[in-house]
Ligand binder design. Structure first.
Ligand SMILES: *[C@@H]1O[C@H](CO)[C@@H](O)[C@H](O)[C@H]1NC(C)=O
Ligand SMILES: *[C@@H]1O[C@H](CO)[C@@H](O)[C@H](O)[C@H]1NC(C)=O
Ligand SMILES: *[C@@H]1O[C@H](CO)[C@@H](O)[C@H](O)[C@H]1NC(C)=O
Length: 192
């Protein structure tokens, strides 16, 4: 009986040791790494991307859909309070049938009472070549009648990890009847 008890104690000891080691390897709150030596970051570079966003509000296949609005939005000259979700295609040239390079997925809200201006929060999700699967996260104010206007690149994934930069937007066409627009994007991203 004593013998059994001893082996049990030894077993329990080794079990808890293994268990504690396992927990320790799963527990890492913060540690400092050398960006270049331990993390393998290459020197920083700048990438310029040019593409065209197609914002389709009306028609059979809208890519921007209003999801909410205030009681006063209809009587506001700037549609103040309107919120829309977008999944806008991004193409190589202004032709909507040209090569798809990605999609702009996110939310915009009409957020000015004095001009038509949107607050944009979105991810540019790329599918083209080496950029397939990489994203740029964008945040900014978009006064749509101003040319150019500018958005901030606040981060990224994949090729664009650690990205920061800006995007200049210029309206290429805006159909006043349908409100559908094609917007030229010139993005300048610093990344590694
Ligand atoms: C605003 O206008 C839309 C479309 O004309 C209509 O469907 C909606 O009910 C109106 N909303 C309010 C709060 O009046
Ligand atoms: C794009 O392609 C579709 C289908 O082939 C065609 O119906 C449409 O007219 C084309 N659009 C343009 C702008 O060329
Ligand atoms: C992008 O990658 C996905 C798989 O991750 C693949 O299915 C898709 O065909 C690729 N798209 C392009 C345009 O290469």
């Amino acid at each position: 009986m004593a013998h059994f008890k001893t082996s049990f104690t030894i077993l329990a000891f080794f079990f808890s040791l293994t268990f504690l080691t396992a927990i320790k390897s799963e527990t890492l709150f913060a540690r400092e790494l050398s960006a270049r030596d331990q993390f393998g970051l290459k020197p920083e570079k700048m990438t310029h991307l040019r593409f065209y966003l197609h914002d389709t509000i009306t028609g059979q296949h809208p890519t921007a859909v209003p999801v909410a609005q205030a009681a006063t939005t209809n009587t506001s000259s700037t549609s103040f309070g309107l919120v829309a979700v977008i999944d806008d295609p991004l193409t190589m040239s202004p032709d909507p049938n040209s090569t798809l390079v990605g999609r702009a997925q996110g939310i915009y809200a009409s957020s000015s009472q004095s001009e038509v201006s949107l607050t944009l929060t979105m991810n540019l999700v790329f599918v083209e070549g080496a950029y397939n699967g990489s994203t740029l996260s964008v945040l900014g104010q978009d006064p749509i009648l101003k040319n150019p206007r500018e958005l901030a690149i606040v981060g990224g994934t994949g090729i664009f990890r650690f990205a920061r930069g800006y995007i200049q937007l210029r309206t290429y066409t805006n159909n006043p009847r349908t409100n559908n627009a094609i917007v030229k994007y010139d993005a300048y991203a610093l990344h590694y």
